[in-house]
Design a protein around this ligand. Sequence first.
Ligand SMILES: Cc1cc2nc3c(=O)[nH]c(=O)nc-3n(C[C@H](O)[C@H](O)[C@H](O)COP(=O)(O)OP(=O)(O)OC[C@H]3O[C@@H](n4cnc5c(N)ncnc54)[C@H](O)[C@@H]3O)c2cc1C
Length: 290
Amino acid sequence: MDNYGIVLENVNLKELSTINIGGKAKYLVRPFSYVDLGKLLDFLDDNNMQYYVLGNASNVILDDGYFDGVIIKLDEFNDIEIEGTKVTAGAGVMLPKLVNVCLQKELVSLAFFSMIPGTVGGSVVGNAGAYGHEIMEYVKEVKVIDKNHKIKTISKEDISFGYRYTSLKDNYIVLSVTFICEKGNPLEVLSEIQTRNEKRKNTQPLDKPSVGSIFRNPEDIPAGRLIEELGLKGTSVGGAMVSEKHANFIVNENNATFDDIIKLIDKIKKECKEKRNIDLVLEPTIVRWK
Ligand SMILES: Cc1cc2nc3c(=O)[nH]c(=O)nc-3n(C[C@H](O)[C@H](O)[C@H](O)COP(=O)(O)OP(=O)(O)OC[C@H]3O[C@@H](n4cnc5c(N)ncnc54)[C@H](O)[C@@H]3O)c2cc1C
């Protein structure tokens, strides 16, 4: 596999995930180019090896057992090209970096996403959002590699998407994304966003390992308020705890395991169903190795 990029063996996934949970993976590969990635996928198919694509692992809860396969990380796909209001970013670019580069060119649209600790690939696949805006609003087209390892460009019109969802997920590997951004006054936008981000820092446990919001907001009540009303703030299972600061965050307080998190999620869901007849829906993806 050395021919296809940087290869690491026996990688501790816990260290890569924002909630600090995960087991070891046999390999992690960071391809240098689309061609490398295509060849790697051919090789994995030919050798009947499984793989999983990770961005910044900020929206996944990873099994802490052994993964006898290959984690693919697209960190090397990190170019940003700007032509007028058209911005094309590699799947591995982190959103805060993209926002900074855009603001330097007075392109302000993506600034809403400056606090999301995800990559362009992971964020577009999951239609990440903040402050009433979703990233798909600004997408023009997405370059992907499909199940037959063919590279193609899909325009926004051919992607179905909704709240934290796109039809790209599990069907394609995103290679790069082209956005159309509006021009504006970066200083004004920065000051507005900084005020909102400050508020977030004061109300969310951003200093502790987590995957951000754990449940979607049900129709009639924000998930955090519901969980708080049920008296679940501070509830813990093993090292996993419902944050005291914001009830829709589960934090890894003390070496939590995958099972601790899953049991705590189940406990919250059960209470919400029994006491308020509400079915909470999880936001992050739970990844179990086969
Ligand atoms: C402190 C904190 C705050 C957060 N705030 C927000 C917020 O305000 N709004 C919000 O929406 N989210 C938020 N999140 C959640 C998370 O950061 C976002 O969902 C982010 O967009 C996930 O990107 P990622 O690169 O980490 O994806 P990952 O977690 O690595 O992956 C998520 C999914 O996408 C898939 N994937 C990743 N890259 C690719 C690719 N290139 N091609 C195909 N599939 C891919 C993975 O297989 C996985 O299924 C927050 C998380 C934390 C920890």
